[in-house]
Design a protein around this ligand. Structure first.
Ligand code: SF4
Length: 382
């Protein structure tokens, strides 16, 4: 006799069912029910304490104020945001506020002078927002966001529930169908404090270096990364998609003294390259007509110190220019920087025996597992 086979719905099917089930719910009902819905598991709210955040935070305080609230402090925020965050959390009686920050070692290594946002905003967002958040979200099955359809073309088709492209989680957007008027009315009707920068022309508030006021008639998010081809920080989208670096099965390899160790998604490995290598210093000028880099089968970029991030920028420029060969970072790159190296377009990192001993593969692997990839954006696959 054949055993009964029970089909387990895919995440996409579960999300479609959730969207059908909640279709006619009001925002606060979506929020309240979602927090009780076993299908959504452990739920956290992620809040920037920005221009509209108080709406959802207020609803949360009404339905379940003990819900974990993750606040990402990029250490680049407006001082007004930090003050507002503390005032709102206290006023609403939120009991489980968790401030998330990047690992100080990673900051020291990749952005010691705090100017990465000017050189490579994607890498900066990744370092200061996406990686820390993904780490924090590892404890949850679903997370609540304050995103809304009216906030721009990227969000025009937003539903209450959606897949999180960065992981197995489900994203919950109770305010998906609200517009600016709904937000303003809710805040006024409930006498909630507004972020002080809203009155100064900031309808969307992120980090201080990357946020400018918006003129009347502009998209509310026009002041975010103004002048750059960038509309999201990477937490929600990267060019419409966000991919996780999927580490392959680890290879068995024992580093040997005096031999280089090659770090890839699959693990540590020995040197396997026997072809020509074009060596580039981090300050290499890609506009130099004598630098025929496009024909090089492998380019190796030197990292002279852990705090020198110029190699990441150079790698990204190579990929953006269309370089399709093998790209290797060599030298002072630590495990925390591995996701950034991959996102910058590097295929691998070459380290020495001493570093491999100090930072075994488990550290690199852990770092890679929580990081989304920008490889798609660079036209490459993991
Ligand atoms: S918004 Fe700007 S300062 Fe903030 S993390 Fe992104 S690039 Fe860095």
């Amino acid at each position: 006799m054949m055993a009964n086979v029970v089909a387990i719905p895919t995440r996409a099917a579960r999300i479609a069912a959730l969207n059908t089930r909640y279709r006619h719910h009001a925002a606060i009902k979506v929020l309240g029910d979602a927090l009780q819905d076993k299908e959504l598991g452990r739920v956290a709210m992620v809040s920037s304490f920005g221009a509209d955040s108080v709406v959802l935070l207020h609803m949360l305080s009404l339905v379940e104020r003990n819900t974990p609230v993750l606040f990402i402090d990029t250490q680049m925020l407006f001082p007004e945001t930090l003050i507002y965050q503390s005032q709102v959390a206290s006023k609403l009686g939120l009991t489980d506020l968790r401030t998330i920050r990047a690992n100080p070692t990673a900051i020291n290594a990749a952005d010691p002078d705090g100017d990465l946002h000017g050189r490579d905003p994607d890498a900066c967002c990744d370092l200061r927002k996406t990686v820390p958040l993904n780490r924090a979200l590892a404890d949850f099955d679903s997370w609540i966001t304050g995103r809304k359809r009216f906030q721009g073309a990227d969000r025009a088709a937003l539903e209450f529930f959606e897949e999180d492209p960065a992981g197995p989680r489900i994203k919950i957007n109770p305010l998906a169908h609200w517009d600016a008027r709904d937000v303003a009315d809710y805040i006024a009707n409930n006498h909630l404090p507004r972020h002080p920068l809203v009155a100064k022309g900031y309808p969307s508030i992120g980090c201080q270096p990357c946020t400018s006021p918006v003129l009347e008639g502009e998209d509310p998010r026009a002041g975010r990364w103004r002048g750059l081809d960038k509309t999201e920080c990477g937490i929600h989208f990267v060019n419409g998609k966000m991919q996780r670096i999927a580490p392959a099965e680890p290879v068995v390899f024992t580093p040997e003294e005096g031999r280089p160790v090659i770090v890839r998604d699959a693990g540590f490995g020995p040197e396997d390259w026997t072809g020509p290598i074009l060596e580039l210093a981090p300050e290499a000028d890609l506009d130099d007509p004598n630098l025929h880099y496009m024909d090089a089968p492998m380019i190796r970029i030197a990292f002279p110190s852990f705090s020198d991030g110029r190699g990441f920028t150079l790698a990204r420029r190579l990929r953006v220019a269309g370089y399709k060969g093998r790209l290797r970072a060599q030298g002072h790159v630590i495990a925390d920087q591995f996701p950034m190296a991959r996102r910058s377009g590097f295929d691998e990192v070459e380290i020495d025996f001493a570093l491999a001993k100090r930072q075994p593969w488990e550290l690199w692997k852990r770092s890679a597992e929580v990081a989304p990839s920008y490889l798609n954006r660079l036209g490459r696959s993991a």
